[in-house]
Design a protein around this ligand. Structure first.
Ligand code: PMP
Length: 415
């Protein structure tokens, strides 16, 4: 049995890594929120780049340099289309979401934040959407405000609207939570932020591979994405920002590529996007990232979402069966919002999440355990961490059966 609407077997065949045994069992990879696996076309593009095209980009007067530059800029155009940006120049290449958010904090934040200003974030942020704001708020004398969530893992929007004020200069919010799966209603949140004159940054780490993205329709100011969570290579990310914001922001790092002219007295800066891309970028991985975007585009995001939700619902049905068998409290779910991506955190009664993870690994099942870089969120729930399963387009119902079977064994009372 496989999920409907897409041919999962032919998709699985595009992922060489899935066809191996781990600890004597077929690998079942359910750690996709940490990083997705890569289709063969991405791996091949990387290999081809180093075998056939490798050259530094943008200033070369030779064929390989021209070719590499063309491929690199093709990826930028693909990113532009993927998120429907008004222009490719609004898409800056970074290492990932973490660097994208740090870039905004260190450039926009350093220029615009002042004592008395507020940056508003949520209780469910990843550390990479907390710490950069702590650092810059401390430096500038601004305050970091956090608005609460409900017990089901949804945002308390009433508190959000109450806490927004003319002091709020920036709202930074995770679009889809990596620990809970909650999809946050960023469209209405952006409108409310704009009403008080604040800019809005969305952490799109988990949205990238699951949700349709249209930055113009959302009127979003900043969006951070990571390639490796989107079937692409590690070390490639994107910061999208509106042109007028990028043009007004000072550069992030100084060095080659980001300059127009340098003298010891004064340096003038290059145009966007190059102003924010100092030094030789991660050329090969950026080029290969285009193939990951092609992979997602070919499958169509809506179809991916449908399949992934079938997987999540199948898992949740299995959880109910376990609860019927072993008692309601044998498994506690964290993140039960209606609007979710295919991510589920849980704890088995009396079992440390790490032990559950180890037992699953012994059966070749890869899950993530711990605080998922959301320690304040774990504190909200009064726990140290959870076991998290996160599904991708290549996962199957049979894999979930194996997961549920091991969970059932772990829950069986010992005589
Ligand atoms: N935000 C969220 C919601 C994430 O899931 C992650 C990765 N776990 C990050 C930010 C950081 O992304 P990266 O490590 O790719 O910079």
């Amino acid at each position: 049995m496989s999920v409907t609407t897409l041919d999962i077997n032919s998709i699985r065949n595009q992922f060489p890594i899935l066809h191996q045994k781990v600890n004597g069992n077929p690998l079942i990879y359910l750690d996709n929120a940490a990083t997705t696996q890569k289709p063969i076309r991405v791996i091949k593009a990387l290999e081809d780049y180093y075998k056939l095209h490798n050259a530094n980009i943008h200033r070369g007067a030779h064929t390989l340099a021209d070719r590499s530059t063309g491929f690199f800029e093709d990826t930028r155009k693909s990113v532009q289309q993927f998120i429907n940006a008004a222009e490719a120049a609004e898409c800056i290449f970074t290492k990932g979401v973490t660097e994208s958010i740090n870039l905004v904090a260190q450039t926009w934040g350093r220029k615009y934040l002042q004592a008395g200003d507020e940056v508003l974030i949520t209780y469910m942020e990843h550390h990479s959407n907390i710490v950069p704001w702590q650092l810059i708020c401390e430096e500038k004398g601004a305050s970091l405000k956090v608005f609460p969530i409900h017990a089901n893992g949804t945002l308390n929007l009433e508190a959000y609207y109450q806490m927004l004020s003319v002091r709020t200069k920036l709202v930074a919010c995770v679009w889809a939570s990596n620990a809970l799966g909650t999809i946050n209603p960023i469209e209405e949140m952006i409108k409310a932020a704009h009403k008080v004159g604040a800019v809005f940054l969305a952490d799109g780490a988990q949205a990238g591979s699951h949700l349709p993205i249209d930055v113009q329709q959302l009127d979003i100011d900043f969006l951070a994405l990571s390639g490796h969570k989107l079937y692409g290579p590690t070390g490639v990310g994107v910061l999208y920002a509106k042109r007028k914001l990028l043009e007004a922001m000072p550069p992030y790092q100084g060095g080659g590529e980001m300059i127009k002219e340098v003298s010891f007295e004064k340096t003038t800066f290059n145009e966007i996007p190059f102003k924010f891309e100092a030094g030789t970028p991660n050329i090969g991985d950026v080029i290969a990232f285009k193939y990951a975007l092609d992979f997602v585009n070919e499958l169509v995001k809506q179809a991916i979402m449908v399949c992934e939700m079938q997987l999540l619902n199948y898992f949740l049905k299995g959880v109910i069966q376990l609860q019927e068998q072993f008692g309601e409290d044998c498994i506690t779910l964290y993140g039960t919002a209606e609007d979710k991506v295919a991510v589920q955190s849980f704890l088995l009664k009396g079992k440390h999440p790490f032990d559950t993870g180890l037992m699953l690994d012994a059966r070749g099942i890869a899950v993530r355990t711990g605080h998922h870089c959301t320690q304040p969120l774990m504190q909200f729930f009064g726990i140290e961490g959870t076991v998290r399963v996160s599904f991708a387009i290549y996962n199957t119902f049979e894999e979930i059966d194996s997961l549920l079977e091991v969970l059932g064994k772990l829950l069986k009372p010992r005589n």
